[in-house]
Design a protein. Structure first.
Length: 104
């Protein structure tokens, strides 16, 4: 167990070994929640909503085109798979501004 000191404005330094173990880097965001036993820090990831929306819209337009052209040939599972593809595309936006965070 490590001890840390609370300094000006409530700031604390997370020990290097813990930051490395959890993959926390400078600039990462942490959500802070009080708990019955102390303070819980939860790594968070920030995504650029504009880039995500653009990727989702592009994938959704492909879905619409597929459904419009082939609606008679698609069953519910195929349509569901196309929707899932659109959602996954929105989550994996290249160039989206993300802050890498540690995972618990």
């Amino acid at each position: 167990m490590s001890l840390v000191k609370v300094v000006r404005n409530g700031q604390v330094t997370i020990p290097k070994a813990i930051r490395e173990q959890l993959g926390i880097k400078e600039g990462d965001l942490l959500e802070v929640e009080p708990s019955e036993t102390g303070i819980f820090f939860k790594p968070k990831e920030v995504v650029d909503k504009g880039a995500t929306l653009k990727a989702f819209s592009k994938a959704f337009k492909r879905l619409q085109a597929s459904v419009n052209e082939e609606a008679k040939g698609l069953d519910e599972q195929e349509i569901g798979a196309l929707i899932e593809e659109a959602v996954q595309a929105a989550r994996k936006v290249k160039g989206a501004k993300k802050t890498k965070t540690a995972r618990r």
